[in-house]
Design a protein around this ligand. Sequence first.
Ligand code: NCC
Length: 337
Amino acid sequence: MATENVSLLFKLYCLTVMTVVAATYIVVLRYTRTVLTEMYFATTAVCITEVLKLILSLGMLTRDVGSLRGTLSTLYEHILRSPKEMLKLSIPSVVYAVQNNMAFVALSNLDAAVYQVTYQLKIPSTALCTVFMLNRSLNKLQWLSVFMLCAGVTLVQWKPMETTKVQVTQNPVLGFVAIAIAVLCSGFAGVYFEKVLKASDTSLWIRNIQMYISGIVITAFGVYLNDGAQVLEKGFFFGYTHWVWIVILLASLGGLYTSVVVKYTDNIMKGFSAAAAIVISTAASVLLFGLQLTLNFVAGTILVCVSIYYYGLPKQNTSTFVQSEVEKHKEPLVNNV
Ligand code: NCC
């Protein structure tokens, strides 16, 4: 009983940290893409984030294993001697690499609050991926709530004028296209990672390390493809202010907390906490960027939140598969975090 309480508290703690980090991340990222004069390369920030997540995960693994020697043999076993597993984890790492780069494109072109609310389309995208990849079904109320969500998001997009003061040229159409891609990537990669994680006893930190190693290679290739010539000319860390480092730190923490949340709950619960992030980032945008709330925006936000609520209610009954998988593979908390 005591363990359950601790466990529930721990889940709440992780969800809260993840939500606060996500809300802060979006606002700070938006700030760095709109007011800095010497613009840094987004692709390098995405790549450095993978490096930092790898270092932090190695630290967590060493803590769990208890010795450096043990960590090295674990890594030998799960990295060098497991090419199949590495290949398996390279799939979500490619998809996340695309998604993380799209977040920069979107937030360079759209207001933080509009981004955050529109990004909630990842709920139906996650629902679709859950149905196809985890063989689960959704009832009518759940699908209805998915459409309510779309209506809410459309209302939010119905924003006649830009009220945010920015110092760069923006392309909202490009921003929305980037969100659409990020939404599809988020649903697929999230459910894929959850499925792989819960299908075996391999620890979360090993799974993360496997994914971040290919993540580094893939995002470095992204730097080469997109900004190669410019990076050679100006340097990898061109334009890095302390704000950019804060974005990288938040992205790393957010990513690791996301993985812990998915391990102990599921992608649906993750969606719930994102609803809270909408409220926080909207409030932050009002305070920091002078965003004026229109009636459409408020109505859309309410609709989005209500639909997320209704989507989540019955979902809890059908999520027994995920819950049982979580229970089956649950390791003592002290060994994992
Ligand atoms: O979109 P979302 O998450 O699903 O993206 C997941 C983020 O977590 C990283 N990740 C995932 C699994 C894993 N084992 N390790 C990881 O590092 C992925 O690389 C990806 O960056 C959300 O549900 O809304 C959430 O949103 C992100 C972020 O706000 C959006 O992606 C921005 O476009 C949050 N990330 C941060 O705050 C840094 C995440 O916490 C929650």
